[in-house]
Design a protein around this ligand. Structure first.
Ligand SMILES: Cc1cc2nc3c(=O)[nH]c(=O)nc-3n(C[C@H](O)[C@H](O)[C@H](O)COP(=O)(O)O)c2cc1C
Length: 176
């Protein structure tokens, strides 16, 4: 059984990115368990002085979750052509240690735009030595309200798309 950690880069209650990672968790194919990380908003702002023995509990929990996962899936909005601070902060807590090194990761997209954030995340995560799988899932949820989001995620085409993406990611993980 592969354990995949899914992270949404949005803290919004009605977040489309969070809806997408929740749907991935509900639709994981056999052989994959997807767990949604819910601590993004509780992480202290990264400070290199607070590493080692001073690492805050919430940061340790994130580091442990990434370390123990076989792979990480991230769905992230774009703010002002960049990666939202909350997600960048989470990634910063992972830089000076082994958690991200060679860790398989896949970016999934809830917006057909966000090309700057996609490119930035790709660059950041490669620099951190994540092993990035190619982009394989985009479900356009931008601007949709929760009932519409859930309807799109329940559509006949969405479920096989999520299965296929997770199966491709599982193959990528197993091939490493
Ligand atoms: C402060 C702010 C800045 C944004 N800047 C951009 C942007 O530069 N490019 C873009 O495509 N969308 C931008 N958006 C739109 C969000 O990326 C979009 O609404 C996204 O779906 C939000 O994700 P969520 O539903 O998971 O919260 C911005 C939204 C906010 C709130």
């Amino acid at each position: 059984m592969l354990n995949i950690l899914a992270i949404s880069g949005s803290l919004r209650a009605a977040s489309t990115n969070s809806a997408l990672v929740a749907a991935l968790a509900r639709n994981a194919p056999p052989g994959c368990r997807v767990t949604v990380y819910d601590g993004l908003g509780r992480l202290p702002i990264f400070n290199p002085d607070d590493e080692g023995e001073r690492t805050p509990l919430e940061a340790s929990a994130l580091i442990d979750a990434v370390t123990q996962a076989d792979g990480v899936v991230i769905s992230c909005p774009e703010y002002a052509h960049g990666v939202p601070g909350g997600l960048k902060n989470a990634l910063d807590w992972l830089v000076s240690r082994d958690a991200a090194v060679a860790k398989p990761a896949m970016l999934v997209h809830a917006s057909p735009r966000s090309l700057f954030a996609r490119a930035a995340l790709d660059e950041i995560m490669r620099t951190m030595s994540f092993a990035l799988c190619g982009d394989v899932l985009e479900i356009a949820l931008l601007g949709k309200k929760p009932p519409e989001v859930e309807a799109i995620l329940a559509e006949a085409a969405s479920q096989p798309a999520m299965h296929d993406a997770l199966n491709a990611f599982a193959d990528f993980i197993r091939a490493r």
